[in-house]
Ligand binder design. Structure first.
Ligand code: RP5
Length: 170
């Protein structure tokens, strides 16, 4: 990759880490450097600010922020940077993640957060969306993304191939 272009993942709680490992898996597969930090918008707001403000100096080009219940973490991250911020609403609350979804997606005009699906699908897509942003400037990420899509198509086609369901004779 020409010059450092890293993705920073912030999680509101250690309990969020297993879900965001899906984003890590995607970034690893696409060869994109990343970091993951735990910082809470309401329990450790100064730590959030420190991580985000220091991001560009560490080569961070895109932030992913994930939390459950009130996901104000994504908005708080976006408040401290003009780099793209992708919010991942997490489930597990009595409201099943709809609370996190609405608090992530409903940013007032002026400070955007790109919002993906609730939970693991969202974590995967956050990694892919971060890659798509980086692909504009980094041809090797573009190539890796295209290969990811091709492989995905291949796997789906293979699964739909009737020959796979044929029971071998004997
Ligand atoms: C949010 O509340 C976290 O992001 C987590 O999803 C949820 C529960 O947090 P813990 O009680 O597990 O720390 O702040």
């Amino acid at each position: 990759m020409s010059g450092p272009a890293k993705v920073a993942i912030l999680i509101g709680s250690e309990s969020d880490r297993p879900v965001l490992e899906e984003a890590v898996r995607v970034l690893d597969r696409l060869g994109i450097p990343h970091e993951m930090e735990q910082a809470s918008a309401h329990r450790s707001p100064d730590r959030v600010r420190e991580i985000v403000r220091g991001g560009p100096a560490r080569g961070v080009h895109v932030f992913i922020a994930a939390a459950g219940m009130a996901n104000h973490l994504a908005g708080a991250v976006a408040a401290h940077t003009t780099r793209p911020v992708i919010g991942v609403p997490l489930g597990g609350s009595p409201l099943g993640g709809v609370d996190a979804l609405l608090s992530t997606v409903q940013m007032p005009a002026g400070v955007p957060v790109a919002t993906v699906a609730i939970g693991t699908a969202g974590a995967t897509n956050a990694g892919l969306l971060a890659a798509a942003i980086l692909a504009n400037k980094h041809p090797q990420v573009d190539q890796a993304l295209k290969a990811y899509r091709q492989n995905q198509t291949h796997e789906v086609m293979k699964a739909g191939d009737p020959r796979r369901t044929t029971t071998p004779a004997g």
